[in-house]
Design a protein around this ligand. Structure first.
Ligand code: PLP
Length: 365
């Protein structure tokens, strides 16, 4: 990315833009449809998904899986949508049985969209999108399916075409291994058609404004050119050098090693459903009476290791180990060593041997 910024109306840029917009489709595992790449963040891409597909007063169904689901729900309400927010305990993913029941009850087909966070970055819980899709099919319901893949894309298998996801919302700063600054909407033909009659006001995020310029590899405004250099390289590495399936296996292996370390320490995983364990990150419950912020401070000051904070209602109670993106065995082990040394330094009650348990698993797998 550390290269001169080129003219974003010139032929070299047209090639870059086209390579990014077409190449990134492989990471979403898309069929027909279009990917819109915004200079923005995941939050902007959430907004783009809402304003392009829905109208004021529309009913949508969302699931309280954690902090990010709660923020997306608040945004939907700010746009005047009627949100049916299925309550959750922040330790499980969205429940396909509840989804099916809600949709079957909606005989008038009032629900226009089902909106779900694939990987809850605040909890380390991955919702089962394939099963949610099956539940929608079983209820024979036409709602759009919109999925936040901010912390799953490029780390955990996501299949836009197979699962018939209508809008996938992503950002550059996680599995794509880039700095923050790009937001993505990967959009199905059905969602593109819905955008024609949707009436929420939109300007910057309008897909319609993007389509003609994107067709030639350009943007209707100044794009994040240097981030696009990085995106082109990320596509090359993920799709063509390591291969997506190998990337997913690498993260699954690192996640399992992390969970083994946590269990050996005698600490509790926040995620209660093994089928929903996240391969992007692991959230760990602090022992009763111990504060995660104080623990993370000790780890940062002593070992220069930055652990994830407890977010929203988990503040003070949970810390998170990220293992997504450009990570190898040595980096993971260094991280786990930092946690184990930190637990000791901060006098948190725990059992030694988490790093050894992770090493044993890595050596055998
Ligand atoms: N959704 C999820 C699952 C996230 O983890 C985040 C950020 O971490 C967001 C949405 C918001 O994205 P951003 O912070 O890029 O606006």
């Amino acid at each position: 990315m550390d290269r001169p910024t080129i003219d974003h109306r010139g032929p070299e840029f047209a090639r870059l833009g086209t390579e990014c917009m077409e190449g990134v489709k492989a990471i979403f595992k898309m069929g027909d449809g279009q990917v819109f790449i915004y200079p923005g963040s995941g939050t902007g891409a959430w907004e783009a998904a809402i304003v392009n597909t829905l109208s004021p007063g529309d009913r949508v169904l969302m699931f309280e899986t954690g902090h990010f689901a709660t923020l997306w729900k608040r945004m939907a309400e700010n746009f005047g949508l009627a949100v049916d927010f299925v309550p959750g305990d922040w330790r499980h993913g969205a429940d396909p049985a509840v989804l099916r029941q809600k949709l079957e009850q909606d005989s008038g087909r009032q629900i226009k969209a089902v909106m779900c966070v694939h990987n809850e970055t605040s909890t380390g819980v991955t919702s089962r999108i394939a099963e949610l899709r099956q539940a929608m099919d079983a209820a024979d319901h036409p709602a759009l399916l919109m999925v936040d893949v901010v912390s799953s894309l490029g780390s955990i298998d996501f299949r836009q075409r197979e699962w018939r996801v209508d809008v996938a919302v992503a950002g550059s700063q996680k599995g794509l291994m880039l700095p923050p600054g790009l937001g993505f909407n990967a959009v199905s033909p059905k969602a593109l058609a819905a955008s024609k009659s949707a009436r929420l006001p939109r300007a910057y995020w309008s897909w319609e404004e993007m389509i003609p310029a994107n067709g030639a590899g350009f943007f209707p405004y100044t794009p994040g050119t240097n981030l696009l250099y990085g995106l082109r390289e990320a596509i090359r590495i993920l799709v063509h050098v390591e291969g997506l399936e190998n990337v997913f296996k690498r993260h699954a292996r690192h996640a399992e090693a992390t969970r083994r370390a946590v269990r050996a320490w005698g600490l509790e995983l926040l995620c209660l459903e093994p089928a929903e364990y996240s391969n992007s990150l692991t959230a760990i419950v602090m022992p009763e009476g111990r504060n995660e912020a104080e623990f993370r401070k000790v780890v940062l000051e002593n070992f220069d290791l930055s652990l994830g904070a407890g977010l929203g209602r988990l503040a003070g109670r949970v810390f998170r180990i990220g293992h997504l993106g450009d990570l190898n065995d040595l980096m993971l082990c260094g991280t786990l060593c930092g946690v184990e040394m930190g637990l000791e330094k901060a006098s948190v009650p725990f059992t030694k041997g988490g790093v050894a348990a992770a090493l044993a698993f890595l050596a055998a797998s």
